[in-house]
Design a protein around this ligand. Structure first.
Ligand SMILES: C[S@@+](CC[C@H](N)C(=O)[O-])C[C@H]1O[C@@H](n2cnc3c(N)ncnc32)[C@H](O)[C@@H]1O
Length: 278
């Protein structure tokens, strides 16, 4: 079976894989993906055997997402059993009950397996698979309109569990990569995109948003890694601000098919940029 992300993720890069693959360095040491999200490029590199013998580090600031990866890695059977129960109980009432777990005082006492199952269940059943929390940090995406959502893809979860063995998984800010990356490593940055218009407010994946100052700080981390001798690849939207930030590097325009966007007119093909350090 083909290896692919086990969650649907806004900004997922499956539509850009051929362009990304064409720019993966021929040889590199270790692999870092500090905004991993659904991990489209990681799974594709794994599938193609391009990460054999390398230390892989996947980071994201979303603690519920990383907990899900960790549980898929270490306890896939328990997770599958819990997801199968959720699948059997799925209804609108059940969706809103599970969604409300994070508003209850004992949420922190839930097991990591329960939290991972909740995360995957909500991802498969909520509107467009979006992840959005309100100012108090509570998940607030409404239920989606799927006739028969595939809540528990046991075969995929087992396969993903296998390929996650030995992989470093961490809840961290992307800048943590500076503490571990070495010359010759390959780092792929896929940050929340610079919005192409004022209405395209696609920047918030969690409580903290990623605005112009964060894009500038990221460009500085990109520069430091590049000076260290890492191969750095970054994707972002094709805006004058981003092109200017990375003016000293190679910036290439590529066509991306967008999959997740709440506005129908936001679907379709758009230009994005890929930026390389070397
Ligand atoms: C565009 S998405 C990545 C999509 C991913 N490449 C895929 O194929 O699904 C950006 C990710 O960055 C994460 N993120 C946002 N701010 C971050 C930060 N400061 N440090 C690390 N991760 C962050 C979000 O949680 C989100 O998963």
């Amino acid at each position: 079976m083909s290896l692919k992300p086990f969650v649907k993720w806004a900004g997922g890069k499956r539509g850009l894989l051929p362009e990304l693959l064409a720019r993966v360095p021929e040889t590199f040491n270790n692999y870092w993906e500090p905004f991993v999200g659904g991990g489209a490029l990681f799974f594709e590199l794994k599938q193609r055997g391009l990460l054999e013998g390398k230390q892989v580090n996947l980071l994201d600031s979303n603690a519920e997402l990383i907990n899900a990866y960790q549980v898929v890695q270490s306890a896939p059977e328990a997770l599958i059993a819990q997801l199968q129960q959720f699948q059997a109980q799925h209804s609108e009432t059940f969706f809103y009950q599970v969604r409300a777990w994070d508003r209850e005082s004992d949420f922190a006492n839930r097991s990591s397996v329960e939290r991972a199952a909740r995360f995957i269940y909500l991802n498969k059943t909520c509107f467009n698979g979006l992840y959005r929390v309100n100012q108090s940090g509570f998940f607030n995406v409404p239920m989606g309109r799927y006739k028969r959502p595939n809540i528990c893809d046991a075969e995929l979860l087992l396969k993903v569990s296998e390929v996650l063995q030995g992989v470093g998984l961490k809840v961290a800010d992307y800048s943590a990569v500076l503490n571990g990356a070495e010359a010759g490593d390959f780092v792929y940055f896929d940050p929340p995109y610079d919005p192409v218009s004022k209405t395209a407010n696609f920047t918030a994946y969690g409580a903290a948003s990623f605005l112009a100052d964060e894009q500038r700080a990221l460009a500085d981390v990109f520069r430091q890694l590049s000076e260290l001798g890492c191969f750095v690849l970054l994707s972002n939207s094709d805006t004058p601000f981003i092109c200017e930030l990375y003016a000293q590097y190679r910036v290439e325009r590529v066509l991306m098919r967008r999959v997740i966007n709440s506005l129908a007119r936001g679907r379709g093909e758009v230009f994005e940029v890929l930026i390389f350090s070397l």
